[in-house]
Design a protein around this ligand. Structure first.
Ligand code: ZN
Ligand code: FE
Length: 240
């Protein structure tokens, strides 16, 4: 049995605290900071045994050192970014498997936002932790890679089952949806989704996780028909 707890930190980051009751293991995805994460685990009487990082950016790894010092946990992250994440204990890349108790995650390489960005797919749980690669109605900025790589990432992620819950690392949904509406003003599924998103945000509620079916229907980057189209949309969003 897996439980996922959302911990909102910094201005718009989500840290995911994941507990597997069979083994008693608790894992943190991309701890931007340590304090609120340790406090949330303590409140639930959970001991953090692992951290899984998706990429090196400080708003995903900033809590690594302090959480490891407090708990002795093991930190797993992208092999290609080992030099930029000195706290890593285990280096992984596409095809590797990472376990949390009885739960298995497959590592998927999704370079573009950073050169070694990875995602973790938990097929048995119908869950994926995607960091800053796929957002609700958006994708990560192309800091260290190009549109061709992000296009390939979208193909890998859209191939996951419809119901796969997508846990991304930021609450960017409303701004992404506003941009998506400029790209596809006649997309009825998008308009309908944005009505719900606006209502949720007005109540101060989170809009993450999303799922693959919703992204296939509304995400202008997943829906881009070519590398060039994705590139043009990414550039337009960067300048929006
Ligand atoms: Zn990032
Ligand atoms: Fe980030």
């Amino acid at each position: 049995m897996m439980e996922v707890v959302r911990i909102p930190v910094l201005s718009d980051n989500y840290v995911w605290l994941v507990h597997e009751s069979g083994s008693g293991e608790t894992m943190v995805v991309d701890p931007a900071v340590a304090g609120p994460v340790l406090a949330e685990a303590e409140k639930r009487d959970w001991t953090i045994t692992q951290i899984w990082n998706t990429h090196w950016h400080p708003d995903h790894t900033g809590g690594n050192e302090a959480i490891k010092a407090a708990t002795g946990c093991t930190i797993t992250g992208p092999r290609a970014e080992a030099a930029r994440i000195p706290t890593l204990d285990r280096l992984v890349s596409e095809g590797d498997t990472v376990s949390l108790g009885a739960i298995e995650a497959r590592v998927i390489d999704v370079p573009a936002h950073t050169a070694g960005h990875i995602a973790y797919h938990l097929p048995g749980e119908r869950v994926a932790f995607v960091g800053d690669t796929l957002f609700a109605m958006g994708c990560g900025r192309l800091f260290e890679g190009d549109a061709a790589q992000m296009y390939a990432n979208m193909r890998k992620l859209e191939a996951l089952p419809d119901e796969t819950a997508i846990y991304c690392a930021h609450e960017y949904t409303e701004a992404n949806g506003d941009f998506a509406l400029t790209v596809e003003p006649d997309n009825a599924a998008l308009a309908e989704r944005m009505d719900k998103v606006r209502a949720k945000r007005a109540r101060g509620e989170a809009t993450v996780p999303t799922d693959i079916a919703a992204e296939r229907a509304t995400n202008p980057f997943m829906r881009a028909g070519s590398v060039e189209e994705l590139a043009a949309r990414r550039k337009a969003k960067d300048n929006a």
